[in-house]
Design a protein around this ligand. Structure first.
Ligand SMILES: [Fe+2]
Ligand SMILES: [Fe+2]
Length: 146
């Protein structure tokens, strides 16, 4: 199917500088790009739903790992950050309920665009801020891939 979806590429602007978190984010991007591929081939709502659930499930397990890291470094904005994760989880539940009723490719595309935008913005602003804090307080030992 022809869609307006665009794949995303890993860039330095997304680097948090904590190797485990960066590899989780790279995996999330891979899963997102696989969804774009699924949408570009012939549309099967069940395939998309399955891939979406997989992506979201991975994102939620990632949020737990990220929270553990924020606890470890005593990140001052941990509550606000985790509230953003929780808000996404809640929103995604609503969206999945809607998708169960409207399995159209147009709605699937809306969900994918929403998730992709949320992820990229969140990583670039919120997660990068966590990495910056870790580096400012603990220096190289907390991250940095060099
Ligand atoms: Fe986050
Ligand atoms: Fe993250």
């Amino acid at each position: 199917m022809k869609t307006d979806l665009a794949k995303v590429a890993w860039t330095e602007a997304l680097r948090v500088n904590v190797p485990d978190i960066d590899s989780d984010h790279q995996r999330l991007i891979q899963l997102y790009n696989a969804l774009v591929d699924d949408m570009e081939s012939s549309y099967h709502a069940e395939t998309i739903m399955h891939a979406l659930h997989f992506l979201v499930h991975y994102a939620l397990s990632h949020f737990a790992r990220e929270k553990a890291f924020m606890e470890r470094i005593a990140y001052p904005q941990i509550e606000e950050h985790c509230a953003l994760h929780s808000a996404l989880e809640k929103k995604v539940r609503q969206i999945f309920d809607q998708f169960a009723l409207d399995k159209s490719p147009e709605f699937a595309q809306t969900i994918i665009v929403f998730l992709g935008d949320w992820l990229m913005n969140h990583i670039m602003k919120e997660d990068v801020a966590v990495g910056r804090y870790a580096f400012s307080v603990y220096g190289h030992e907390m991250g940095n891939n060099d």
